[in-house]
Design a protein around this ligand. Structure first.
Ligand SMILES: Cc1cc2nc3c(=O)[nH]c(=O)nc-3n(C[C@H](O)[C@H](O)[C@H](O)COP(=O)(O)OP(=O)(O)OC[C@H]3O[C@@H](n4cnc5c(N)ncnc54)[C@H](O)[C@@H]3O)c2cc1C
Length: 125
């Protein structure tokens, strides 16, 4: 189908093309009683289709940490510590897949990065 569509794209076609971007904010993710989760601290390119997934995980881990202590600051520090490496991995590996997608002959590397990412995402949060 993509090949068929491509045949109809010409100089007068209106093609919407925008670069993909990401955001990875190092902790702390809170100040006082305010904490950021989800895309606000780790927006990823779409190559792993995991942005919403890690956002939902943030909410689960945040609830666990808040339930585990009465010290709010401790809870919010522990929350970001638990989330950082996993979210960093998603943003980093997703961007890497984007680069590999555009590089001819990079399929083996692409498969490796994708498989490693899904293996890590299958680990407990
Ligand atoms: C095209 C596309 C496809 C995607 N596909 C996938 C996928 O397959 N799998 C996956 O896991 N992820 C996917 N994602 C990523 C996923 O959508 C995001 O990672 C996820 O929605 C982030 O959730 P969030 O709650 O952090 O932010 P958002 O979903 O952006 O929610 C933020 C909310 O805050 C509101 N808001 C903003 N400013 C204010 C304000 N000043 N006052 C009040 N409200 C405000 C916004 O309107 C919005 O509703 C996709 C994203 C896109 C764009």
């Amino acid at each position: 189908m993509i090949r068929e569509v491509r045949e109809h794209i010409g100089d007068d076609s209106r093609v919407l093309y925008r670069p993909m971007d990401n955001l990875l904010l190092p902790p702390p993710w809170h100040r006082g009683r305010v904490v950021l989760i989800g895309d606000a601290v780790h927006a990823t390119t779409p190559h792993l289709a995991a942005g919403a997934g890690i956002g939902i995980e943030d909410a689960i881990v945040l609830a666990e940490e808040l339930a585990a202590t009465t010290d709010l600051d401790d809870a919010l520090v522990s929350f970001a510590q638990r989330r950082w490496e996993r979210c960093r991995m998603v943003v980093h590996n997703s961007a890497r897949l984007g680069v590999l997608e555009a590089a001819p002959g990079s399929e083996p590397d692409y498969v490796d990065v994708q498989a490693e990412s899904y293996r890590l995402l299958a680990e407990p949060i």
